[in-house]
Design a binder for this molecule. Structure first.
Ligand code: HAM
Length: 416
């Protein structure tokens, strides 16, 4: 037990860890160009934030939250997603009082007590963006175009954009009535959770993963047929902009998202096997629901990092290789240790990746080790080299040796 990690968690190391680093670097680099600032919020929040924000009748809140009483008897929840915490931070830190819009990104872990399976973990990681303050479809365009660029930079080709509109509060009212009367006709065939949910929040019935419910849902009324004038116009404008920008997408009326805060636009990026890599949309009422004094529109997305890695592997995309060791500095003789280590330090300061001996190995064993770790070049530093101020750099690929001044090693290695 003590050497076994909890179900649904992962240890990050080796090639996947490196891929994750590159993914995060690309995300950070892109956000810099889009002038989106990073935010880190706590790993846990007051439970009520998620109950209010994500919604009482969602799977996330009803079944999946890691909730506990802390020693001060407060109900605390490990964050199951990034939006609610970012909204809370936006409000608590008065970021809305600064020049708007506010564009924030995060790279965070998230915790959901789900049944682990391929691409589904109990602790997962998301790259997310939240864009506060704009009601214009250009805000959607900003995040969707960032996402398409993100996937281009990663080299992903098999992930497609699906969009839908679920309308605002007023269209939801008429839609809910139509949906409820449809569901009532099928009440006896629905699972018990759906029968309960249809009274409180009929839209959530559409998330049900029970196959018999799935069949019924297929012929349920569609949200896009119940949009009021403003929501329809918003959705049309978004599509015109996507068309003009030549961003490929499909309208899929089945996308309603599993979290309660969405209004108007919802979207997902889905791979050829039907796995959602990224989900997002507009949430114009959430800020007001968390702080009734504020009424600020917002839009955002969350991209699952584990699922990006799964997709990279499935599509056979190789992100950059881990950088190799430029030089292995072998140490010959106890009395050369400090000077050789001084050389290692200097070369590292010049930007080279340098390794040396920490194990008191023989020179022969050191060279064997340098070979094992794939060092591109080696050099041996002993009393003779230190006295002469020169040493032989060996290129491990060609086997060629070149005599180089000790203070010119970095320049020599950059030339070859
Ligand atoms: P979500 O669709 O629940 O949305 O999650 C976003 C992404 O996180 C998913 O598309 C998926 O890639 C990944 N993900 C979710 N659950 C798991 C899991 N158990 N294991 C592995 N990956 C998972 C949200 O969380 C919203 N906060 C997105 C958003 C931001 N909407 C507006 N702003």
């Amino acid at each position: 037990m003590i050497t076994k990690r909890p179900k649904g968690t992962q240890d990050w190391y080796g090639p996947d860890m490196y891929k994750r680093t590159i993914i995060e670097e690309i995300a950070r680099e892109l956000c810099k160009a889009y002038h989106i600032k990073e935010i880190i919020t706590p790993a846990f929040e007051h439970t009520i934030l998620f109950q209010r924000g994500v919604g009482e009748t969602t799977d996330v809140v009803q079944k999946e939250m890691y909730t506990f009483q802390d020693k001060g008897d407060r109900s605390i929840t490990l964050k199951p997603e990034g939006t609610a915490g970012a909204v809370r931070a936006y409000l608590e830190n008065n970021l809305y009082a600064e020049a708007q819009p506010t564009k924030l990104f995060y790279i965070t872990q998230a915790f959901r007590y789900e049944n682990p399976q391929s691409g589904r973990f109990r602790q997962h990681h998301q790259f997310g963006v939240e864009f506060f303050g704009s009601a214009s479809p250009l805000a959607e365009i900003e995040i969707i175009s960032l996402l398409t660029e993100f996937m281009d930079k990663l080299g992903l080709k098999g992930v497609n954009l699906y969009i839908n509109s679920i309308g605002c509060k007023s269209c939801r009212k008429t839609y809910n009535e139509a949906l409820l009367s449809f569901l009532k006709e099928h009440e006896n065939e629905l699972c018990s959770t759906c029968r309960e949910r249809m009274q409180k929040n009929p839209l959530r019935v559409l998330d049900c993963k029970v196959p018999t419910c799935g069949e019924i849902i297929k012929s349920a009324p569609r949200t896009i047929d119940y949009l009021d004038e403003e929501c329809r116009e918003h959705f049309n404008e978004l599509q015109s902009l996507l068309n003009e920008m030549k961003i490929p997408y499909k309208v899929d009326s089945g996308i309603v998202r599993g979290l309660d805060y969405y209004t108007k636009t919802v979207f997902e990026f889905i791979n050829s096997e039907g796995l959602t890599l990224c989900g997002g949309g507009r949430y114009d009422n959430l800020i007001n629901e968390i702080d009734e004094k504020q009424d600020i529109p917002a839009v955002g997305f969350g991209f699952g990092i584990e699922r990006i890695i799964k997709e990279l592997n499935a599509e056979g995309v190789k992100l950059a290789d881990e950088p190799a060791v430029d030089l292995y500095v072998g140490i010959l003789g106890k009395e050369s240790k400090a000077a050789a280590y001084g050389l290692v330090k200097k070369l590292r300061q010049k930007g080279l990746i340098v390794e040396t001996d920490y194990m008191d190995r023989s020179v022969k064993a050191q060279m064997k080790y340098a070979n094992k770790i794939g060092a591109l070049n080696t050099v041996i530093i002993g009393a003779d080299e230190l006295a002469a101020g020169k040493a032989h750099i060996k290129n491990m690929d060609s086997g060629n040796q070149t005599e180089v001044d000790l203070d010119k090693i970095a320049e020599h290695l950059r030339m070859i």
